[in-house]
Ligand binder design. Structure first.
Ligand code: ADP
Ligand code: MG
Length: 383
């Protein structure tokens, strides 16, 4: 990102110098469909983010210019109606959600730009909310803790952008640390940093650019299956509050009480918890081969047991296997989006070339390629 250019654009528009902040997008290494089952997710912040030049303007008006959309928007802090432009609703929402919590924002001027691919599953929206929540907190000395900043971002999505997301994306964007992933329990918000320094490997995402309409109703059905399996187990084991608390033995005790579909869904969730724990042990030892095996395990589970993969994702996963990629799996809720791949550097170029060629032959377009490095979370980068 050309920060000098961002600063120059700000000065040209607002006639003054602004402070610079950034907040990143994220990946999730492992732990999918675990958040609503009381399990773990395992995200890390990436080296792609939103960059904002910002200055308090002493009024009650926000004046914002989006470089990437070449679009300007102005709104009053006390206005009821959200802005027309979708991108501006994220800023509006952050201001409103801060205000609701008793942290009155004040007017500001901003010019911002980003390099997180939009809608690819790397959470450009969380980067956008987080950079403004973080910057306002800093500039106004509000002392809001990072969890609350994450909730401000999450509520922004819920209340102003129509996305009922969990907390992982905002959490990762705010708490990220270079060279570390974070194991987070989204229910209790307990988390721990784990070293992630895969020397000799690259992390690369391949974007199928597929979005299946089915995703939200299928998601609700998966949740119902999990709740049903969990209720049957909990009847015998009152300690089990969430499906992630259960073991395979417990699931097998209720095998005859639930249908095969619910059984398979639960089998995936319980397996995924084990894989996350295995990855934790492996990361402590720097054993990326085991990490990779677990990633393939997750893909298999999501494809065959949880049934949230799709043809394009399975195709890319098969190519990864053929090319000797260490670990590969669908990232995100499924039914489209990206695969995340952990790959030895020497195999990188041939893998990308093969994946592009074969995918294009089969589906008529190239997958997009995003190489990522695990980096720091929200921060100030210039006075
Ligand atoms: P993602 O998976 O990337 O979070 P979303 O649909 O949730 O996808 O969020 C994408 C939206 O966030 C965009 O449509 C836009 O409104 C906003 N956004 C993301 N990045 C930028 C950017 N660089 N500039 C302006 N708005 C952005
Ligand atoms: Mg988003």
């Amino acid at each position: 990102m050309d920060l000098q250019q961002l600063q120059r654009t700000f000065e040209a528009r607002f006639g003054q110098h602004g402070a610079l902040y950034t907040s990143p997008g994220r990946i999730n290494l492992i732990g999918e469909h675990t958040d609503y089952n009381g399990g773990f997710v395992f995200p890390g912040a990436i080296d792609k983010g939103i960059y904002a030049c910002i200055r308090l303007n002493g009024t009650s008006t926000v004046r914002a210019y989006s470089v990437d959309y070449d679009d300007y928007c102005e709104f009053g802090l006390h206005e009821e109606d959200k802005p027309q432009a979708a991108w501006a609703r994220y800023l509006f929402g952050v201001c409103r959600e801060m205000d609701k919590r008793g942290f009155a924002p004040s007017g500001f001027d901003t010019v911002f730009a980003g390099d997180v691919p939009l809608g690819a599953g790397l959470s450009s929206s969380a980067a956008l909310e987080s950079v403004f929540a973080f910057a306002l907190n800093d500039l106004l000395h509000l002392n809001i803790d990072k969890f609350e900043l994450a909730r401000i971002g999450q509520s922004t999505e819920h209340n102003y952008c129509g996305v009922k997301c969990g907390i992982m994306d905002q959490f990762a964007s705010l708490f990220g640390q270079a060279g570390h992933l974070m194991r987070l329990n989204c229910t209790t918000m307990e988390f721990e940093y784990f070293p992630f320094n895969p020397v000799g490997y690259k992390v690369v995402l391949l974007d199928t650019a597929v979005k299946h309409e089915l995703a939200s109703s299928a998601y609700n059905k998966r949740r119902e299956s999990c709740e049903n399996a969990c209720a049957h187990i909990a009847a015998k084991h009152p300690d089990v509050k969430f499906l992630s608390d259960a073991t395979m033995e417990m699931l097998n005790e209720v095998k005859n009480e639930i249908n095969t579909e619910d059984y398979k869904r639960a089998e995936y969730v319980i397996g995924e918890k084990q894989r996350v724990l295995e990855v934790c042990d492996a990361l402590k030892k720097g054993d990326y081969e085991t990490v990779g095996k677990c990633m393939y395990g997750t893909h298999q589970g999501m494809s065959k047991l949880y049934e949230v993969s799709c043809e394009e994702l399975d195709f890319l996963n098969d190519i990864a296997k053929e090319c000797g990629v260490t670990g590969s799996r669908v990232m995100g809720g499924g039914f489209g989006g990206c695969t995340i791949n952990l790959i030895e550097e020497a195999l990188y170029e041939p893998f990308i070339a093969t994946a592009k060629q074969k995918f294009a032959e089969e589906f008529g377009h190239d997958p997009k390629v995003y190489e990522v490095t695990i980096s720091d979370g929200a921060r100030k980068i210039g006075e």
